[in-house]
Design a protein around this ligand. Structure first.
Ligand code: GDP
Length: 310
C-alpha cells in the first residue's frame, strides 16, 4: 500500500538460515535499479543499537511497528521471547527514535487481544484484561507508546486492530489454516482437519483495508488511538461452515477436535466498535467475514493449482 502511494519503503528482516521473504518477493526490485523503492535491512527488535543506527541512516517520516512474536498459542510456549519482542521491542524502537534524534511519526500495532476477557463490544474506552503472554506484552507496548506521546510530545499512536486476514495470513492462524485445508481437501490431497475451540467469537476483517486505516492514523492532525474492526460477530464454527460451503464441502465430515490447539486461557469473544475511526478518520470496513472467507478460499484453491503445475 505504501509503495502504491509513492513511498520509499524500508523493511526489517531477520536473518535465518532459510529465506523468509516470500511474502514480499513480488515487490522486490534489485537495489541497483534506479526505480527501486523497497529496501530490506537485517535487524531485530531485540537489538536496540541496530535500531538507532538504522533510523539515523534512513531518517524515515513514518515508522510502523508491526514486529512481534504474534501467535497467541505460541506465546504460552515462548512467553519470555514474546515479552522481549512484542513488549520490550517497542520501547527499544521508541528509544531508538528518541536517541537518533529524528522527527518521525510512530505507529504501534496494538491488538484486540488486549481486551481479552472484557466482553464485547470493545472500543477505545474498554478496560484491558489480557489472557495470554502475547496480550500482556501488547498492553505494555500500548502504554509505553502513549507514555512517549505524553512525555516527549512524540507523534505516536496505537492502532487497536481486531483480527485482520488475507491470503497472505500465516498458515497457523485459524482463518488461513481453515482455507488452506479447504483447498487441499477439495483437491483430494487431505481428508481431515484438526481444530481447537470452535466456540470462540472473532471479528475478522480484510487486512488490505486495515492498512489504509493505519496509514490514516499517521496522517491525522493530532496523535490519537483508534480501534479498527468490522463490528461483525462470527464463531470459528461459522468460519468453517462458510469456507467449506464455498468449496461445495460439508465441514462436519472433515473436522476433528485436537486439544493441542486449546489455549490455557482463551479469549472468548472479540467484537469491535470502530465508530471513532469512522467519525475521525473516515475509515470503515466494507469486507465482512463471509466475503473474506471466500476471498481466502479462492486464493488457496488457486495457489494449489499453481503448485500442482510446477
Ligand atoms: P487470535 O485471535 O490472535 O488468537 O488468532 P487465531 O487465528 O490464532 O485464533 C482465533 C481463535 O480460533 C482463537 O480463539 C482460537 O482458540 C481458535 N481456534 C480454534 N481452533 C484453532 C486452531 O486449530 N488454530 C488456531 N490458531 N486457532 C484456533
Amino acid at each position: 500500500m505504501l509503495l502504491a502511494k509513492g513511498y520509499e519503503v524500508h523493511g526489517l528482516i531477520r536473518r535465518a538460515s532459510t529465506f523468509n521473504t516470500a511474502r514480499v518477493d513480488h515487490l522486490y526490485v534489485d537495489p541497483h535499479d534506479p526505480k527501486a523503492r523497497l529496501f530490506l535491512h537485517y535487524g531485530d527488535l531485540s537489538d536496540g543499537a541496530r535500531m538507532v543506527t538504522l533510523l539515523a541512516d534512513i531518517k524515515p517520516d513514518e515508522v510502523y511497528n508491526l514486529a512481534a512474536q504474534s501467535h497467541v498459542r505460541v506465546s504460552f510456549d515462548e512467553p519470555e521471547h514474546t515479552a522481549d519482542t512484542t513488549g520490550v521491542g517497542t520501547i527499544r524502537l521508541l528509544e531508538a527514535v528518541r536517541l537518533s534524534g529524528i522527527e518521525t511519526r510512530f505507529y504501534q500495532a496494538s491488538s484486540s487481544e488486549m481486551f481479552g476477557a472484557t466482553p464485547p463490544p470493545q472500543n477505545e474506552e474498554t478496560p484491558f484484561y489480557p489472557r495470554s503472554p502475547y496480550g500482556a506484552a501488547k498492553v505494555y507496548s500500548y502504554w509505553i507508546t502513549k507514555n512517549y506521546r505524553e512525555a516527549y510530545g512524540m507523534f505516536a499512536v496505537n492502532g487497536i486492530l481486531f483480527n485482520h486476514e488475507s491470503p497472505r495470513r500465516g498458515e497457523t492462524f485459524v482463518t488461513r489454516k481453515i482455507t488452506r485445508a479447504v483447498a487441499a481437501i477439495k483437491a483430494g490431497k487431505q481428508d481431515l482437519l484438526y481444530m481447537g475451540n470452535l466456540d470462540a467469537v472473532r471479528d475478522w476483517g480484510y487486512a488490505a483495508e486495515y492498512v489504509e486505516g493505519m496509514w490514516r492514523m499517521l496522517q491525522a492532525d493530532e496523535p490519537d488511538d483508534f480501534v479498527l474492526a468490522t463490528g461483525g460477530n462470527y464463531t470459528v464454527r461459522d468460519f468453517l461452515q462458510i469456507a467449506f460451503e464455498h468449496a461445495g464441502l460439508n465441514w462436519e465430515e472433515h473436522v476433528r477436535f485436537d486439544e493441542r490447539y486449546l489455549r490455557p486461557t482463551e479469549v472468548d469473544a472479540l467484537v469491535g466498535d470502530a465508530s471513532k475511526a469512522q467519525e475521525k478518520l473516515g475509515w470503515k470496513a466494507t469486507v465482512h467475514t463471509p466475503e473474506l472467507a471466500r476471498i481466502m478460499v479462492d486464493a488457496d484453491i488457486e495457489a494449489l493449482k499453481h503448485a500442482g503445475n510446477n
